[in-house]
Write a protein that binds this ligand. Sequence first.
Ligand SMILES: [Cu+2]
Length: 91
Amino acid sequence: MNDTQFVQSSITIHKGESITLVSTTFTPHIIANGTWDNGQAKAAKESGAPEVKSVQINGNSSGSIGPFTTAGTFKLYCTIHSGMNLTVIVQ
Ligand SMILES: [Cu+2]
């Protein structure tokens, strides 16, 4: 993650894996289930998604999210930065 975006907009993993989010700048991020849609923050947790409740990742640190135990497409977003979305595809 840089200041306001995920470096990649999606990531594909296998069932049972977690993802590691790395913040490479000083800006903190708070990650949750949901998505930014046209500038509106929409909290939503898909069935089968791990509960991601305000996971704070401070600047120049990293955090693990998961494991993702169900195949599917799951959306995460940063509650601070408008448009900061990540799609996790679990195969
Ligand atoms: Cu952020």
